[in-house]
Design a protein. Structure first.
Length: 283
């Protein structure tokens, strides 16, 4: 799960880091072990992929969920306002009702920029479209769309609330995974060095505020977590222009391969452990 970095914005499918990771799995763990589905979508934050999992996770029935946490995931979650933090101590969230039915979802998708191109490249969007067409009237009470709703001014300015919201979202995702016996892994994209440009403490963004507490939060939630930012920075070595798309900023082919390489070093032993302990559905 992730945003446009995970989706592979402006890259051929074979150049996305999800495709590279699938190649590593096939070569080093075996072709009959894990099949990755690209759950990336442009503009998504933590709230969006949590909402998708809560809505469609049972139908997808994954063995594991891998989240690539990017530089604005918490900020986007505030802006989208899909979930409202009701109790920071208990990490309780309430859901704001969004898209009312699958017909509305289909209209929403059809109006999405570059929809046909996205449909050809995103496994998640293909699955989403199939469900929208095949299931017509069973989501009135629990649909959770991505229609933006104005964020609370308090959340926009209060770093503590942003951190609490982020923790509550991942807490809820972990609860879903535990209930459905699904492994959860959280990585960063490695691009969080860009948040270092926020110099003034009072003006730091929600995701940077969350990242300062991320290791502590994920340890408390018992969620395996890896921030590859330091290793990515070492490899880039001051030559960021070699790793991003010109005049865009998203990772290019070289940047995508870099993310895949760093992610695989961390993911491989965890996926291998799933195979060894029987926590996968390999037949």
């Amino acid at each position: 799960m992730g945003d446009s970095y995970t989706f592979g914005w402006l890259l051929a499918e074979k150049e996305t880091y999800i495709h590279h990771l699938q190649n590593y799995i096939d070569r080093e763990l075996g072709k009959a072990t894990f099949q990755l589905l690209n759950g990336g979508a442009g503009g998504w934050g933590t709230a969006d992929y949590l909402a998708f999992i809560e809505e469609f996770g049972e139908q997808i029935n994954p063995e594991a969920i891998v989240v690539f946490l990017n530089t604005d995931d918490i900020g986007r979650s505030i802006k989208q306002a899909i979930y409202k933090l009701e109790d920071a101590t208990l990490l309780e969230l309430s859901v704001r009702q969004g898209i009312q039915n699958n017909t509305s979802i289909k209209k929403f998708m059809n109006s999405f920029p570059f929809y046909q191109w996205l449909l050809e490249h995103s496994h998640l969007l293909q699955f989403f479209r199939h469900l929208a067409i095949q299931s017509q009237a069973n989501t009135h009470h629990r649909n959770i769309g991505s229609i933006p709703i104005a964020a609370s001014p308090d959340l926009q300015t209060n770093q503590a609330d942003a951190v609490n919201l982020g923790q509550a979202l991942f807490h809820r995702l972990k609860q879903w995974c535990d209930k459905h016996e699904v492994r959860l892994f959280i990585l960063t994209t490695g691009w969080h060095f860009r948040n270092a440009q926020e110099k003034q403490e009072k003006n730091i963004g929600p995701t940077k505020a969350f990242m300062r507490k991320a290791e502590e939060i994920f340890l408390k939630e018992d969620i395996p977590f890896y921030d590859m930012t330091f290793e990515v920075l070492l490899t880039i070595n001051g030559r960021l222009e070699d790793f991003v798309i010109p005049n865009d900023g998203h990772p290019n082919e070289k940047g995508s391969k870099l993310i895949a390489n760093k992610a695989w070093l961390w993911l491989k032993p965890r996926l291998a452990e799933m195979l060894q302990t029987g926590h996968s559905r390999e037949n």
